[in-house]
Write a protein that binds this ligand. Structure first.
Ligand code: MG
Length: 157
């Protein structure tokens, strides 16, 4: 068994789409970044690489590489899954966002992750919290995501 932890944050800006866990969520602002800036997927990717001590998202998919400009982070997640060996036992995530309200979209995000990772939706937890109006998250300027993943060796089954 190997555990992995990932964290990411992205700024919210007007004129960008708000994509979280591969799901387009209606909002007046979107996440700013070189790719589609899917902060949740980036945290999950770092958790997967972390579990096998194989660097991070920036080492595998550098944001200086034009190949990844505006790319869907779901593509990067599927690529990561090919690189990282082992079965995913479960995945647990927390997203910090003041707005938009994420609760109505949680199940769609879990379905999206389930499809991309090839694991049952019951093995995927996504939780959403606000920052109670505090700091950059609370002012609606930033979204943060945390993820932990448990991997087991393929030979263990
Ligand atoms: Mg990122």
């Amino acid at each position: 068994m190997r555990i992995g932890f990932g964290y990411d944050s992205h700024r919210l800006e007007e004129g960008r789409k708000f994509i979280l866990g591969g799901v387009l969520i209606p909002h007046s602002k979107g996440l700013l970044g070189h790719s589609d800036a899917d902060v949740l997927i980036h945290a999950i990717i770092d958790a997967l690489f972390g579990a096998v001590a194989d660097g991070d998202i920036g080492r595998h998919f550098p944001d200086t590489d034009d190949a990844y400009k505006d790319i869907s982070s779901m593509v990067l997640l599927r690529e990561t899954r090919k690189i990282v060996p082992g079965n995913i036992v479960n995945l647990d995530c927390t997203v910090l966002a003041q707005k938009p309200k994420l609760a109505p979209h949680i199940d769609a995000i879990r379905e999206s992750l389930s499809e991309a990772l090839g694991i049952p939706v019951g093995c995927i937890s996504v939780k959403a919290k606000t920052e109670e109006g505090q700091d950059a998250v609370g002012r609606g300027e930033l979204v943060k995501a945390y993820a932990v993943v448990l991997l087991e060796e393929k030979t263990a089954r």
